[in-house]
Write a protein that binds this ligand. Sequence first.
Ligand SMILES: Cc1cc2nc3c(=O)[nH]c(=O)nc-3n(C[C@H](O)[C@H](O)[C@H](O)COP(=O)(O)O)c2cc1C
Ligand SMILES: O=C(O)C(=O)c1ccccc1
Length: 349
Amino acid sequence: MNVAERDLLDVNQLINLFDVEKLAAERMTPMAYEYVASGAADEFTLRWNRQALDSIKLNTRVLVDVSRIDTRVSLFGLDLAYPILVAPTAYHRTMHPEGELATARGAGAAEALYVVSSFTNTPLSEIASVATQPLWFQLYVSDDREQTKALVQEAEAQGCRALCVTVDTPVAGVRNRQQRVNFAMPEGIRTPHMADAFALTKSLTWKDVDWLQSFAKIPILLKGILNSDDAELAIQAGVSGIIVSNHGGRNLDTVPATIEALPRIAERVNKRVPVLMDGGIRRGTDVVKAIALGANAVLVGKPICFGLACGGADGVAKVLTILRTELELAMALTGKATLTDIDQSVIWR
Ligand SMILES: Cc1cc2nc3c(=O)[nH]c(=O)nc-3n(C[C@H](O)[C@H](O)[C@H](O)COP(=O)(O)O)c2cc1C
Ligand SMILES: O=C(O)C(=O)c1ccccc1
């Protein structure tokens, strides 16, 4: 059996996103699996992201016409088929030989927007050449601000439609599981847009946000906001959007689940800018809960990596399609035909 045949066989076995992780655990090198699956330190936040979503109950309404479910959402003038984005994750060639090219093809096949990581193993120009859906770019600011400026300009030149500036990683978290497997980039795999992981700047401040906005031609979102005061400062700074994220539980352990942080932030933002959210989204019902509590859209990280590892582009597309289908079912079963119908009343209190 060749790699393509094995990939296809695997993809057909995937029924839900937990299956994807299970299969990926068997399929990936221990180093790659531990890199993707691990959280920071004791992994409280990693688990809370899931537990907090699971503990929210849904309130259904019956006898609503749900013969036409409409999941479309518009962000910064982009019309998305459904409110689920591919979160930026690093190092896709450690997960599948085709790396980010497979991710872009899979996202394209599933009509999803892909946020490319600064730590892509594939040049942005190559990703852009295979993408059939819009791309955004996730920016890590380096100590070398000229390099950062050039990277923003490259993202713009390659047609990226927004910039997600990650603000929750002045340093990477305590990654004990990655330490145990001595995580390192395998021979021959590079990060063409970043020197190395130690290039992340520790001196990023609101001044840099002003600086980025002084020359960026595309909307800027701040990724990694967990506090409503920071959300307010972000809006005062003039950013176009906010991503509520705890980095998938990978940075500071014991910060709250994102679904717990979301309502306060959404209330404070009060629709002045779009609010996106990630962390633990694994079911269509999770997407409904996030939208009900104030998110315009969600991003998915680890399941995309696992889908990529299981089946390349087909695996990525499968993960997105499962989640999209589950979202449509959850909307029909809660009696919400459109995303704007999903409000707080869908949460059982
Ligand atoms: C393997 C991996 C690599 C990641 N790399 C990045 C990155 O390069 N930049 C970034 O802003 N966030 C990165 N993240 C965080 C994700 O963008 C996202 O916030 C998180 O994975 C969402 O949680 P989920 O994995 O539970 O869906 C990474 C996450 C994972 C799992
Ligand atoms: O692994 C991560 O979560 C991440 O964001 C990162 C940080 C530094 C280098 C590569 C990825």
